[in-house]
Design a protein around this ligand. Sequence first.
Ligand SMILES: Nc1nc2c(ncn2[C@@H]2O[C@H](COP(=O)(O)OP(=O)(O)OP(=O)(O)O)[C@@H](O)[C@H]2O)c(=O)[nH]1
Ligand SMILES: Nc1nc2c(ncn2[C@@H]2O[C@H](COP(=O)(O)OP(=O)(O)OP(=O)(O)O)[C@@H](O)[C@H]2O)c(=O)[nH]1
Ligand SMILES: [Mg+2]
Ligand SMILES: [Mg+2]
Lengths: 290, 290
Amino acid sequence: AIFKSGKLDEDSIEELEDALLEADIGVSIVDDLIEKLKDEFANRKKDKNLSPAEILKSHLITILNNRHHTGTESCQVLTPNTTRFSHKPWVILLVGVNGSGKTTTAGKLAYYYGLQGKKSVIAACDTFRAAAVEQIEVWAQRGGARLVKQKSGADPASVAYDAYKSTQARSEDLLIVDTAGRLQSKRNLMEELGKVARVLRKHDPTAPHEVLLVIDATTGQNGLSQARGFTSVAGGTGLIITKLDGTARGGVVVPIQSELGLPVEFIGLGEGVDDLHPFDAKVFVNAIFE
Amino acid sequence: QLTDRFEKFVRNLRGQGKLTEKNVQDTVRQVRRIMLEADVSLPAAKAFVKTIQEKSLGQDVLKSITPGQQMVKIIHDELAAFLGGQAEPIRFGKSPSTILMVGLNGAGKTTTCAKLALHLKRSGRQPLLVAADTKRPAAIEQLVLLGKQLDIPVFTSDDKNPVRIAKDARKHAQKESLDCIIIDSAGRMHVDGELMDELKRLQSIANPPETLLVVDGMTGQDAVRSAKAFSERIDITGLILTKLDGDARGGAALSIRWITDKPIKFVGVGEKPADLDAFHPDRMAGRILG
Ligand SMILES: Nc1nc2c(ncn2[C@@H]2O[C@H](COP(=O)(O)OP(=O)(O)OP(=O)(O)O)[C@@H](O)[C@H]2O)c(=O)[nH]1
Ligand SMILES: Nc1nc2c(ncn2[C@@H]2O[C@H](COP(=O)(O)OP(=O)(O)OP(=O)(O)O)[C@@H](O)[C@H]2O)c(=O)[nH]1
Ligand SMILES: [Mg+2]
Ligand SMILES: [Mg+2]
């Protein structure tokens, strides 16, 4: 209710600031937002009835909806001119730290695009973690996708290579490449990931068409370090925030988009195969001020 | 470095006899900023800063070090104290004694169960791992494989009810003369009423002297919310912080310790079974302060 208030005094500023900070937006961005808010509020037209919360929301939505930012050299965001599935197979590479929700999301993506009539293939490129292949076998089945796998310990790049070749040969629409979780500070693991991306590029210079960093909504500012690290080895086109069905707000996507221009493409709202939804900036921002 | 940052803020303290309210003010604002950048939850950061303020006021500026250095020492020592004393050992009751592992999805519970089992085996115990996650695809296979690698027995059952599994596992441990039971539970959201009820039933039947909340080391603001919810619903006796082999600052350590007042017993520092360290509050303090 405080957020409906039209005034901007020291108490309400602190309340708004706290909401932004507790959403994991990060001190620097929050400082900028509050400064902008104070300016804008002081200079607002008398007829404009926008509350301070509404002003903040509109600034956040502007940042989050910015798809024209071409990011950095390593981040090529899907612009309105690039249509998904303009290449066959359309290749999505899922990357991210341990436990963020990549494998689950691979199944969800296959299901999501399956509803749009797309034939999906999942490449089981986590050849390292215990029972990773057994886990993704279930998710491929749930998502209605064909699974390409090799035995545990195989080279992930070789699985990606096989998957691409067979998907292309069978003229299937979508190849989703699931990779092992890894911390961005581990150089050898990051190089392994770079190799997977390169192998896909060998087949099709435009592939992978999407490189989606899967981030747990509970992640703090380390999410920014993750985004920098992963995009520098594998490139980056967007984010998927998972576990938004909890109490975490996933605000770290704001500094990520602000610095790297990576937009959120999807959100995960549960453990079911249909718990994947296209990103809606308005809904996301409203939740911050709930 | 931290000292340089504080030197900037406390330069005006030189030549002054005491740390006064006014000159501590700016410094503690900077402390709060550092805490937030390190992903300490806002309420925990506020509480900590208040303590620093009280501790700093009226202290004589020592002749031998600069006021900035002195502030850093107060902050570091206070943070280490907040994080708790040296790591407390695992609590055991009469044999077979149970340890219940709980936490959010993907925090690292299953991997940590294996690590803990290895740690206990090396200290002369006979652990039994219990695969009580009947929900996640291949969760049972994951624990079975880890147990096989370590030559540690794993109890599995076709039963879908984790409470019954815990009952049967206890009988099995008694029959096999195993002296401790480590129960791997399914990841769950603290806002999922049904799953939290299930956990409450599981704890009441398993009656563990030790219930460990496993928390991802890169958790941001949500750390206080989720730890609070778990500790209000069930009886948490200790905490484990995982994935600290990455570059996350780990402010969640302060958040979860502050809100639960329970000891952090171990930290996860890698994906292998041997990657479990005792918690060192002093080291954690240095890491959080950056
Ligand atoms: N509640 C909830 N749980 C999720 C969501 N996405 C994934 N999970 C759960 O998070 C846990 C980890 O998911 P995984 O798919 O294994 O994560 P991962 O990134 O593949 O993990 P690694 O391969 O080990 O790095 C599982 O318990 C999933 O069910 C989500 O949107 N909501
Ligand atoms: N680098 C690193 N990875 C870890 C650590 N602990 C666990 N992991 C990894 O984190 C991911 C998730 O671990 P799990 O043990 O499956 O997590 P969980 O809590 O059992 O997940 P759910 O059962 O789905 O809730 C896996 O990829 C693990 O290898 C750690 O200390 N460091
Ligand atoms: Mg996975
Ligand atoms: Mg598990």
